[in-house]
Structure formats: structure tokens, C-alpha cells
Ligand binder design. Structure first.
Ligand code: BJW
Ligand code: ZN
Length: 242
């Protein structure tokens, strides 16, 4: 399943970087966005994942986030998450860039995490931007800041800029990586989707792990078809660090 080339590249690699998407958490029971079972089959992204929609109907948007938070707090990281945590210990310079907001990489033990789209467990005020501690999932009234402003989940919606420092660091990592993995992402949402191609352009060996082909499969070095929770532990075994 793994080419000699990949194994050799990994053995020689100084900097290894990974971009993850919703697919890495699918085996934990967290729904992905696109595809047959994806969230966007049941919910309309433009009604839920943008700021204007939130201001128009904050109750609806909070209901959707609380529904997802309930799922997320009840699931556990899967063997794919744990394999990536072990990889961080194995490689001297390992960077985990994620589009996921589900906190599962933290729970699995990764330390150097770049959260491009925020974290569903954090919140902030739309007016004064203050970070607000966790809000109970079953809270009925709309959460408000002491300044009176509405509190929103600290995630990145369509049309919003990504956290600048996290984005700059992620692009720097992509430009310096020797091996770059794109795992469980459909690679359609910008600017995150540019990272694997940026890495390729800068000379990294770029490998995708996904249950299906994606728009970048033919543009990178290797595409491994299968579940991240099965492939990643096998890859670790190759290094006898599983
Ligand atoms: C498995 C598996 C298993 C299943 N094992 N694999 C340039 C061109 C065109 C448009 C734009 C552009 N630049 C910006 C835009 C607009 C927009 C955009 O990209 N639109 C696209 C439709 C083209 N981007 C933005 O608005 C971004 N902001 C921005 O760029 O600001 C500057 C700007 C503003 C305005 C104009 C221009 C520039 C922000 C994007 C924010 C995305 N937010 C969301 C919601 C986050 C909060 C939340 O979670 O509620 O982020 S949308 C959603 O998609 C979420 C995800 O992080 C993101 C990516 O999805 P992901 O992770 O790839 O999931 P899926 O479901 O798509 O794929 C899962 C994959 O897993 C599949 O491939 C499966 O096969 C696979 N899989 N099981 C391995 N077991
Ligand atoms: Zn406030």
C-alpha cells in the first residue's frame, strides 16, 4: 500500500506537515460536510455558516452548533487522530494543520496544532471580540457578553478571513515541508485547499489519504485510497512506532 518512495522520503524528512479535514473525524462519528452523509445534505451552508445568517437568526445558528457540539463532546478521537499524535513525537519538526473545529486533535495529544477554521469549543463577542468561556450546551437563552453583544462560536464562516497568524504559519510550513499529507479533506475550500499545492510547488512530496479521489488527487505525488483511521496506523507500523 505504501510506496518505497514515500517510506524513503519519510525516513529522510526533517519537516513533516499534515492538513486534515472532516474525514479524519468521520470514523469517530462526527459528520463530514460534503458527500452523501454530509451535513450540507440536511442543512444549507448559507443559512448557517456565515455572519449575516447568524445576525439574522442567531437562535437557528446556535441550535445547529449546539447539535454538533453535543456529538463532538460524546465521541472520542479515533486511531487516525492517535497515529498523528504519535507522528508528532516521532518527527523532530511536525506540524498539524487542521480545518476541523472539533478539538479531537487536541484530545488525541497533538501539541503543535494550527486551527485554520477556529474551534467550536471557544466563543467570542461579535461586538468587543472578547473570548468567552464555554457556554453550556443546554443553555436556552441566547448567550450575551457583559457588553451586551451577541456571543458567537469562534469558528470561521464563509466570507470571513482566517486567523492571520495561523494562516501565515500554515503557509510557511507548507513552503518548508519535506513531506506534506492532505488527509480527509475534499480540498475545495480556500485558502486551506491551496496548502497541499503550495507544498508541492515548493518541492514537498505530497500525499493524500482519502476514501475518495479529490480535485487535487492528480496534482500531487501519491493518493492513497482508504480510511484514515486504518491507513495511518499501518503507516506508523512501517516505522515500528505504532
Ligand atoms: C475520509 C473519511 C475517512 C470521509 N478517511 N477520508 C477562491 C476562489 C473561490 C472562492 C473563494 C476563494 N477564496 C475564498 C473563497 C470563498 C470561500 C470558498 O472557499 N468557497 C468555496 C465554495 C470555493 N472561502 C472562504 O470564504 C474562506 N474565507 C476567506 O477566504 O476569506 C477571505 C475572502 C473572503 C471573501 C472572498 C474572498 C476571500 C473561509 C472558509 C471557511 C469555511 N468554513 C467551514 C465552516 C467552519 C465552521 C464549522 O465547522 O461550522 O469550514 S465550511 C466547511 O468546509 C468547514 C470545513 O473546515 C471546510 C472544509 O471541509 P472538509 O474538511 O474538506 O470536509 P468535506 O466534508 O468537504 O470533505 C471530507 C472529505 O473526507 C471527503 O473528501 C471524503 O471523501 C473524506 N473522507 N471519510 C479519510 N474515514
Ligand atoms: Zn462584548
Amino acid at each position: 500500500m505504501f510506496s518505497e518512495k514515500l517510506i524513503n522520503k519519510l525516513k529522510q524528512a526533517k519537516i513533516v506537515a499534515v492538513l486534515t479535514g472532516a474525514g479524519i473525524s468521520a470514523e469517530s462519528g462526527v459528520p463530514t460536510f460534503r458527500g452523501e452523509e454530509g451535513l450540507w445534505k440536511k442543512f444549507r451552508p448559507e443559512e448557517l455558516a456565515n455572519f449575516d445568517a447568524f445576525m439574522r437568526n442567531p437562535e437557528l445558528v446556535w441550535e445547529w452548533y449546539n447539535y454538533r457540539k453535543k456529538i463532538i463532546v460524546e465521541v472520542e478521537p479515533n486511531p487516525g487522530h492517535y497515529a498523528l499524535a504519535k507522528m508528532e513525537q516521532y518527527f523532530e519538526d511536525f506540524h498539524l494543520i487542521t480545518q476541523n473545529v472539533d478539538n479531537l486533535h487536541h484530545r488525541a495529544g497533538n501539541k503543535r496544532i494550527y486551527e485554520l477554521h477556529g474551534n467550536i469549543m471557544r466563543n467570542r463577542c461579535v461586538d468587543c471580540n472578547k473570548n468567552i468561556a464555554e457556554i453550556p450546551i443546554d443553555q436556552e437563552e441566547l448567550p450575551r457578553c457583559e457588553c451586551g453583544g451577541l456571543i458567537r462560536p469562534d469558528v470561521v464562516w464563509f466570507g470571513e478571513t482566517l486567523p492571520q497568524q495561523v494562516m501565515m504559519n500554515s503557509f510557511a510550513v507548507a513552503n518548508n515541508a519535506d513531506v506534506f499529507f492532505s488527509i480527509g479533506t475534499s480540498a475545495v475550500i480556500q485558502p486551506a485547499a491551496s496548502l497541499p499545492l503550495e507544498a508541492k510547488h515548493a518541492g514537498a512530496y505530497v500525499v493524500e489519504i482519502n476514501t475518495e479521489s479529490t480535485v487535487i488527487s492528480n496534482l500531487i505525488d501519491e493518493s492513497i485510497l482508504g480510511k484514515a483511521g486504518e491507513i495511518l496506523p499501518q503507516l506508523l507500523d512501517k516505522f515500528s512506532i505504532g
